[in-house]
Design a protein around this ligand. Structure first.
Ligand code: GUN
Length: 291
């Protein structure tokens, strides 16, 4: 069993990005600038956005964090987005999801200028990704593909089971894994909340990518020997004995499933850090396109 060490790999990618920033500066070009909008005070979202902003500093990017009240109106949020669209110093930005219920998420994502949409959530980018045209690829699926590539895991002709069909992870990764690229070409099945025979599907899979959000859902008796397991789940479980008051659990019973896997991502330290590295890569790309 080999651990797919997302923490280490993301550090390598961040180092490469930092070197590209160094080259830009030596040529008199501007630093990439990422902005993030966060609405409300959800602990997990604040942690993720905090990591994104800290990572900008690590690679020499400028960053702007815009923290807005949970009660902000949709119109006021749209106004903030319009300001970012017009600000030529900002190369890319994200609106952290989920948004409060009174705000129409679709309307917000549609208002992001596609050239600054480093999350790749705008229909223009999503559509271009599906058609295999140049686009911003959503950071989590992009991170998974990069991990498979850099660990040289063969995917061509393999049976890949994606669990989850969200617009952020399940849907895009299922598309990328089936595409013609050198690290796609898999035969993909998408399982979701209405799927009836999930254990059977898991047992047939050569590669399982789980983005379900149910802690330790995938057990040892649900996978075949030699399986590649990519665990996208991150659920906080309250634990008074833990330093932070909670522990993070993935979708996979790591301790037992790892015994049967050829490769497996840990949680934390697997897909999570890769998501941040690929968001930075998209931001660098957005900045380079303006040169
Ligand atoms: N919420 C969970 N994942 C993400 C992500 O990749 N981007 C944004 N903007 N929000 C998220």
């Amino acid at each position: 069993m080999k651990i797919l060490d997302g923490k280490n790999l993301s550090n390598i990618i961040k180092q490469e990005i930092k070197e590209s920033v160094g080259v830009r500066l030596s040529l008199g070009l501007k630093k990439p600038h990422l902005a993030a909008i966060i609405v409300g005070d959800d602990g997990a979202s604040l942690t993720y956005v905090g990591s994104k902003v800290r990572s900008c500093e690590e690679v020499g990017f400028e960053s702007t964090l815009i923290q807005l009240e949970k009660s902000i109106s949709e119109n006021d949020l749209l106004y903030q987005i319009e300001k970012l669209n017009k600000n030529s110093n900002i190369d890319g930005y994200i609106v952290q999801l989920p948004l409060p219920k009174h705000i129409n998420e679709e309307k917000i994502l549609l208002s992001v200028d596609p050239v600054k949409d480093v999350d790749g959530f705008h229909p223009t980018n999503f559509g271009r990704m599906v058609l295999e045209l140049p686009s911003f690829i959503p950071a989590t699926p992009y991170g998974i593909m990069e991990m498979l590539k850099r660990y040289d895991i063969k995917t061509s002709g393999k049976k890949c089971l994606v669990i989850g069909r969200s617009n952020i992870v399940g849907r895009p990764i299922s598309i990328l894994m089936s595409q013609k690229g050198s690290y796609g070409n898999a035969t993909v099945t998408v399982a979701h909340s209405r799927t009836k025979n999930i254990k059977e599907l898991c047992l047939e899979a050569d590669i399982i990518i789980s983005a379900l959000g149910i802690p330790e859902f995938i057990k040892e008796d649900m996978v075949k020997k030699g399986v590649v397991v990519i665990d996208v789940g991150i659920t906080r479980i309250l634990d008074k004995t833990a330093l932070k008051g909670y522990v993070i659990k993935g979708d996979v019973d790591y301790k037992n499933v790892s015994k049967k896997s050829s490769y497996i991502t840990p949680v934390p330290g697997g897909v999570g850090p890769m998501t941040i590295a690929m968001l930075l890569k998209n931001t660098l790309k957005a900045c380079q396109k303006k040169d």
